[in-house]
Write a protein that binds this ligand. Structure first.
Ligand SMILES: [Zn+2]
Length: 432
């Protein structure tokens, strides 16, 4: 804008104006032509559909203008439609990852990695100013080729509490006697979609009263309160204090009788993040090295997958405690949400969600329940009414895979195509 002023002569300005006028006229003309044509329809035909709750065999799904318009065997298919043959394939809502971090450097790339593996919505459980800026950008539709983002922004912790030991720029902390409501309101003013609270006794942490007060302050503003816990007693405290959800499941002790029932009575959801607990307890795994999958693992993702937790970290944790707790919670009817904690060591955005699904199945969820944990359950828990299921009027954030993931969960890795708001997503292939 100021560039053209600085450039000078009246003549030049007039030429520019008339060029600009001609350009806008052409744009207008192009708009009028396209506006008269019906938007191209996309049809998935004879496809098995996991609709967010259950499988519907051999049906058709009609997509137009970024939305799912119809699902059924006898829906009308326009002659001009682009038809994708779904024979032997399953169409699913694109996944949620309900526990990620974007960090301060690769944030946008992480969101791209996520979509490359069929994760179209990432829920960040502690972020930075960069996440809040990306969150605003993701609210506009020019952010189509990366996953959608919601973030807790800066979470709630005390002076010297987790994660201040990890370094990074100074963050606001809540001291005993601080104004809890004002502190929570400041996070909401910064753009937090929900409130993430750190309750972790390996470091200085909130008192039980503070925990209760922070959750109440979030609820007063109609925000969910999700509490980071790593031990069973922290999990009990968080549930009793009114948490909406637990981030992580404990691996310090076997699930005590009554724990899962307590969680069920209080209607909490749990995002166990088995992937990161597996990485902590057993180190890096090569589960992702199958041909179909690994060709999309970029060098930066591989770097993250190869990273290890420091020696001795989590030495007292047992992965089977975490799995048994997930099984007990699921049996008690507690909603389980799939989340990974990517890019923690041993994990990568998008890709690790497929491992999380397998680990949920290994912990006793049926494959369909694991799929719900990455689709309709997070949509319900976090209040998304526009995604996480396949049905008329919902966003066409879709994942097409080979095979039947309700009989073998690892079929989710056989990705045929990914669409975000009806637009096909070009996956990044590794060059080798
Ligand atoms: Zn985390």
């Amino acid at each position: 804008m100021s560039q053209s002023r600085r450039l000078g002569s009246c003549l030049l300005r007039r030429t520019r104006l008339s060029t600009a006028f001609a350009a806008s006229f052409l744009l207008l003309a192009a708009f009028l032509v396209t506006a008269q044509q019906p938007e191209k329809t996309l049809v998935f035909s004879n496809v098995d559909v996991f609709d967010g709750s259950r499988m519907i065999r051999r049906t058709n799904v009609i997509v137009r203008d970024g939305m799912i318009r119809a699902v059924g065997v006898d829906v009308a298919i326009p002659n001009s439609a682009q038809v994708i043959d779904g024979e032997g394939k399953t169409l699913l809502p694109a996944f949620f990852d309900s526990h990620v971090h974007l960090g301060a450097t690769n944030a946008e790339q992480f969101l791209k990695d996520a979509l490359d593996f069929g994760v179209a919505t990432e829920l960040e459980m502690w972020g930075s100013e960069l996440s809040l800026a990306l969150r605003k950008k993701s609210a506009s539709n020019d952010f189509a080729d990366v996953a959608d983002l919601r973030t807790a922004g800066t979470g709630i912790t005390v002076p010297r509490g987790h994660p201040t030991q990890m370094g990074g720029p100074p963050i606001p902390t809540l001291a005993v006697g601080g104004d809890t409501q004002a502190f929570v309101d400041a996070r909401i003013a910064e753009g937090a979609d929900y409130i993430k609270i750190i309750y972790e006794h390996a470091f200085p942490t909130l008192t039980k009263q503070q925990l209760h007060d922070v959750i109440a302050a979030a609820h007063r503003r109609n925000k969910l309160a999700v509490v980071h816990v790593t031990t069973q007693s922290e999990a009990r405290d968080a549930i009793s204090a009114g948490a909406d959800g637990l981030a992580h499941i404990f691996a310090d002790s076997p699930s005590e009788p009554g724990f899962a029932e307590l969680a069920a009575q209080h209607h909490v959801f749990v995002v166990p993040t088995l992937s990161v607990l597996e990485a902590v307890t057993t180190g890096p795994r090569s589960w992702w090295q199958g041909e179909e999958f690994s060709r999309y693992v970029t060098p930066s993702m591989q770097g993250s997958l190869d990273r290890k937790f420091p020696p001795g970290f989590g030495a007292k944790l047992r992965f089977d405690h975490a799995q048994a707790a997930v099984a007990a919670l699921h049996r008690a009817g507690v909603p389980i949400l799939a989340g990974t904690d990517a890019p923690a060591p041993g994990l990568a955005h998008g890709l690790s969600l497929h491992r999380e699904l397998e680990l949920l199945v290994n912990s006793g969820l049926r494959p369909a329940a694991a799929l719900r944990a990455a689709t309709s359950e997070p949509a319900r828990a976090f209040g998304f009414h526009d995604r996480g299921r396949i049905g008329p009027g919902l966003r066409a954030d879709l994942l097409l895979i080979k095979g039947d993931p309700t009989s073998d969960i690892r079929a989710t890795r056989q990705i045929v195509g990914i669409w975000k708001q009806g637009v096909p997503h070009q996956r990044t292939r590794r060059n080798d």
